[in-house]
Design a protein around this ligand. Structure first.
Ligand SMILES: NC(=O)c1ccc[n+]([C@@H]2O[C@H](COP(=O)([O-])OP(=O)(O)OC[C@H]3O[C@@H](n4cnc5c(N)ncnc54)[C@H](OP(=O)(O)O)[C@@H]3O)[C@@H](O)[C@H]2O)c1
Length: 268
């Protein structure tokens, strides 16, 4: 049996690898001996995290400063990795918008679609294509439990995560036959900077936060084994109830009523 490094080396490219779940994935993959390419916008964080990973794990780290909500920056990522064998691709960078959809500026919503969907598709198409030619490699896509159910007031974000879930689970079959592992990680609420900016009163939510390291570990361990992984029993129950037990109209009503209780009223 091939080791993780033999299957997914020599390089792992992780978008959003400087914070939260992406940072935890970068560290766990580096601990397995893979060299890392970090992609994000803030240069100081890229430099700081690159040094931390190099010092801790003794692997090579390259950084690419790119804003993946801008189409032209996607080619920067492709160019920077041209001569490197990327055996693992993790498109983790994403943004969330919340509130009454028609109150959210259109440019913000379009930037979300560009980052959360288009950049993920373009880069997966590129890296998975190279992996198919080599007959090996893996892609760890990052959805959310929100992608498994309706989520009023998070409509565009929920739609983007539903896209990742369906795209990834469908691609899983195509790629499996060609030696490339595709896994979709669907986290529930996780303690990261993204959650600090949601304007949701989490004390009123019937859910507990998980640590990014735990969530990352579910994803990394599921590679090559599962098409979709949801970290933890409570998140699995939530998805099961909302997507399989109650009707779609009940799930919409439950989600909408809950958001109207927990979201700062100025966003409704
Ligand atoms: N936190 C949760 O509760 C939760 C739950 C379910 C799913 N998720 C999913 O998990 C993934 C990671 O979320 P997180 O909470 O760990 O996020 P986070 O801590 O906010 O980190 C986001 C990362 O993405 C980068 N990024 C943001 N906008 C970017 C852009 N336009 N171009 C390039 N890079 C960009 C950020 O760096 P810069 O800002 O420097 O660019 C940062 O490295 C996302 O796909 C999210 O949807 C999170």
């Amino acid at each position: 049996m091939m080791s993780f490094k033999e299957k997914y080396g020599a390089w792992a490219l992780i978008t959003g690898g400087t914070s939260g779940i992406g940072e935890a994935i970068a560290n766990q993959v580096a601990a397995k001996g893979l060299n890392i390419i970090l992609v994000a916008r803030r240069l100081h964080l890229l430099e700081e995290k690159a040094k931390e990973i190099e010092d801790t794990h003794g692997v090579l780290v390259k950084i690419v400063q790119a804003d993946l909500s801008k189409h032209d920056d996607i080619s920067k990522v492709i160019q920077a990795s041209t001569h490197l064998e990327v055996g693992l691709f993790v498109p983790c960078a994403a943004v969330e918008t919340h509130g009454l959809t028609t109150k959210i500026p259109l440019e913000k919503e379009l930037a979300l679609i560009q980052l959360n969907i288009t950049s993920v598709f373009v880069l997966t198409h590129h890296f998975a294509g190279k992996m198919v030619n080599r007959g090996t490699g893996g892609v760890l896509l990052v959805s959310s439990i929100i992608g498994h159910m309706p989520n009023p007031y998070l409509s565009n974000y929920a739609g983007s995560k539903a896209y990742i879930l369906n795209f990834g689970s469908s691609l899983h079959w195509e790629m499996k036959k060609r030696g490339v592992d595709i896994t979709v990680l669907s986290p529930g609420p996780t303690e990261t900077p993204m959650m600090d900016n949601t304007n949701i009163d989490m004390n009123k939510m019937p859910m507990a936060f998980q640590k990014p390291e735990l969530v990352a570990n579910y994803g990394v361990e599921a590679l090559g084994k599962k098409a979709v992984v949801i970290p933890g029993f409570k998140n699995n129950m939530m998805v099961f109830m909302a997507s399989r037990v109650v009707s779609t109209s009940s799930a919409i009503k439950m989600g909408g009523e809950m958001m109207e209780k927990v979201l700062d009223p100025k966003y409704l």
